[in-house]
Ligand binder design. Sequence first.
Ligand SMILES: [Fe+2]
Ligand SMILES: [Fe+2]
Length: 421
Amino acid sequence: MAALKKSGKMTSRRTVAKRQSPPVSLRYKKTIQQLQNKIKELNVWKHRLSMILEFGQKSSAITDLDDLLILFVDEAKTVLNADRATVFLVDRKEKVLWSKVAIGTEPIRIPIDKGIAGSVVSMGRLLNIKEVYEDPRFNPEIDKKTGYRTRSILAAPLRNSKKEVIGVFQVLNRKGSASFDSQDEEVLTLLAEQASGVVENAQLYLEIKKIAYETIIRLAGAAEYKDHDTKTHLWRVAQYSGILAETMGFPKEWIENIKMAAPMHDIGKIGVPDHIINKPGKLDPSEWDEMKKHSQYGSEILKGSDIELMQMSASIALHHHERWDGKGYPNGIVGEKIPIEARIVSLADVFDALTTQRSYKPAFSIEESATIIHSESGKQFDPKVVDAFSKSFSKFVAIREQFKKANDHPGQPAQPIFVVK
Ligand SMILES: [Fe+2]
Ligand SMILES: [Fe+2]
């Protein structure tokens, strides 16, 4: 050792070691750079998480499945910086995956066991494919049809509370990067978890609404069944009322309610004796008085509920024969004192009665019926409702055409009024 010191060899080794390690300022610079990168990465996460939280808040206020899906795909595109995004829903009955809403592409329908999305359903886990054309599971048919070139796919399963796969959340072609990374996988997993709960709720909500509507139509049909002249009357009145409400600018939920409540307008006929309901020709004054009681009977059946839809139904049943000029029944109330839902259904009800054959009258043409409706503006009908009728007349004609075929098969409308999206 002494010899080494003497020869100066040790000193020169230390000098070499000193020269090999970077200077202190450079080491700090590197650490600072690493920390800055970490902060940048954390900021990206923070931004993404805040977007996801915002998305969760927005989605919890939406019950319409279409609106929800639009929100999901839009959000996924933004948060994941993807070129396209699609939410597929599983239809096990038809064995397909279908995209009700897709941003940047046309709706797609694919076999449940095909493609990357199909593999996500069968495997039940996320797939991150960096080069799809190198993956044998990729189905290039959609690219061929659309002319789009898919490069990378990130797809995660949507699950219901029973852990069954109910859909696939898929994003395509990350912008500004070759493919999706592990952080993107975590983000899509979070989005898919949120989307799963909301999609399942929305599907259940639709199912309940469908059951409620079916029940209403069948119960209201019990009253209609007594009246052999008006087999499909309820269905058309519901459609016409929905069109008027939409044209008048009512909110979506209110429009849905009036479409469900309108078929119950004559439910009180269940209390009117059969020989009066089905009497061919004109009713005598005492029979007419008996017939008029159906609005009060209907109200008695439907009133007292704290459900908004039932309250609206009771109001329509009671007031649908009131007139704008106060000459209607049962109470002879005037103008805007008549609830708006009843003023709408009143026009829809009369227009349908005019355009269909009854035991006491032939069917008028659509044009003749429209002339009668217009002539009653400010008398029988609210001028604002007549105005909405004029604006949406082509839609009334279309509904009438749809139901022409239905008249050949009483009780079976050509198309259901309430279509579950
Ligand atoms: Fe009625
Ligand atoms: Fe009616």
